[in-house]
Design a protein around this ligand. Structure first.
Ligand code: UD1
Length: 417
């Protein structure tokens, strides 16, 4: 097993390039199942979750070749419609094959993902939406079995805006007969990229990026050719890395419109943020100011940035309240930050953080993907050595993070435990 070792205290300086977005690349990879032929996707990040997605595509019968982030996926010989438990349990986003398989082959058998470190994360809204399109769904031996002679367009109003649910329904409805209207749809930039990609394949989707999406079903889609957008969560993590170390970093690939909530909170915290042609320049404050945040769906403050922002608040002057409204159990990083000297109390769905200038390095354990990043950020701001164990979580979603931070001057490396 590997761990990341950080000797903190160095302000970061320089330019860092953001990789392709994991949460965009995954639905795009699965969207290739909708067409019969060879799709090409570039700027795919090198991540464990992408490897899992590729394993799943191959398991279904797709041929996948890749070089330097350019993927070719040939879906001519799909011979299975089953997403097995061992893959779905390592990556929940595997359930995104449900919509495409059902739409193209009229059937899908996908393992139920089960629980997750950050909350229950049910997929009932995906299933309810597919049923509204005419799918017959039942659960058998832990698997979702879905069949449909022909999906038919319908009006679907989500109880809450679900990213994965909106993506599954977009892909299914693209090949359904007639019009589908998704109400209370998720509005994340990854949804917009998926809709654009589907439209480039021949789909007829309007309104992605708003709460109401109209989809006119078509009878077939062409293979996909597209480039994955930059990862706004990775970009945000580097923006906080600059802020927490009092550094000066150009985050190349950070898109201002996608980062509004984080930008305004970082400015409140004392950072200076300057938009540039190819990214955002972040100049960290001498002293960080405490700021309250409340996570919510896009364009609100992303739950995927909550743990990293909490790391920043541990070194702020004052008290802040961070409220998590998207997932019920997303404070697993708190106990680990406390081991590094953070003063944090949990109060229901909120964490109260009293800033300290005495964060000290410690051996800590990553509990989930974004929690791992928050521990690295805290390590960058602590004077002595932090060792982050169980970094397989980190490798699911951050491409070479220690190399990118080291190139900005951080004293950080990966070693065997
Ligand atoms: C996606 C992102 C994840 C991010 C999350 C919220 C990917 C691969 N993952 O996850 O990084 O943290 O959006 O921005 O893109 N819910 C239900 N029933 C459902 C579906 C969702 O109750 O059928 C609930 C969830 O439990 C959660 C909330 O809705 O509380 C939002 O979940 P959702 O937007 O679906 O997240 P994911 O698509 O799983």
């Amino acid at each position: 097993m590997e761990k990341i070792v950080i000797k903190g205290g160095t302000p970061l300086n320089g330019t860092v390039q953001v990789s392709g977005a994991k949460n965009s690349a995954l639905p795009l990879l699965f969207a290739t199942l909708l067409a019969d032929g060879e799709s090409k996707i570039c700027n795919v990040p090198a991540l464990r979750d992408i490897n899992t997605a590729v394993k799943l595509l191959r398991e279904l019968g797709a041929e996948v070749a890749s070089q330097d982030g350019r993927y070719r996926i040939n879906t001519k010989k799909i011979q299975s419609i089953q997403a097995p438990y061992d893959l779905v349990k390592t990556m929940r986003a595997s359930v995104l094959v449900l919509g495409p398989l059902l739409a193209r082959f009229g059937q899908a058998r996908v393992s139920l993902p089960g629980g997750c470190a950050i909350g229950a994360r049910p997929i009932n809204l995906h299933l309810k939406g597919l049923e509204a399109l005419g799918a017959r769904i039942h659960i058998d031996h832990g698997y979702i079995e879905a069949t449909a002679d022909k999906l038919r367009g319908a009006k679907i109003s989500f109880d809450l805006p679900t990213v994965g649910g909106t993506e599954n329904l977009l892909m299914a409805a693209a090949l359904a007969e007639g019009e589908t209207v998704l109400e209370n749809a998720a509005r994340e930039p990854e949804i917009v990229q998926l809709a654009d990609a589907l439209n480039s394949m021949g789909a007829r989707i309007e309104g992605a990026g708003t709460a109401i999406i109209h989809i006119q079903g078509v009878s077939r889609l062409n293979p996909l050719e597209c480039q994955v957008i930059p990862d706004r969560i990775e970009a945000g993590t580097f923006m906080i890395a600059a802020a927490i170390t009092g550094g000066h970093v150009l985050v190349r690939g950070a898109v201002r419109e996608d980062q509004q909530a984080l930008i305004s909170k970082l400015i409140e915290a004392g950072a200076d943020i300057q938009p540039e042609a190819d990214g955002l320049r972040v100049i960290g404050p001498k002293n960080v100011t405490s700021v309250d945040i409340r996570t919510s769906v896009f364009p609100g403050f992303p739950t995927d940035m909550q743990a990293q922002f909490m790391a920043l608040m541990t070194v702020a002057g004052g008290t802040s309240r961070i409220s998590e409204t998207v997932f019920e159990n997303r404070f697993m990083h708190v106990c680990e930050l406390q081991r590094m000297g953070a003063d944090i109390q949990i109060d229901g769905h909120s964490a109260i953080i009293r800033g300290t200038d005495q964060m000290t390095g410690a051996p800590v354990m990553a509990t989930d993907l974004r929690a791992s990043a928050s521990l690295i950020l805290a390590g960058l701001a602590s004077e002595n050595t932090t060792e982050v164990a169980r970094i397989y979580h980190l490798d699911r979603g951050y491409e070479k993070i220690e190399e990118k931070l080291a190139a900005l001057g951080a004293d950080i490396w990966r070693e065997q435990e």
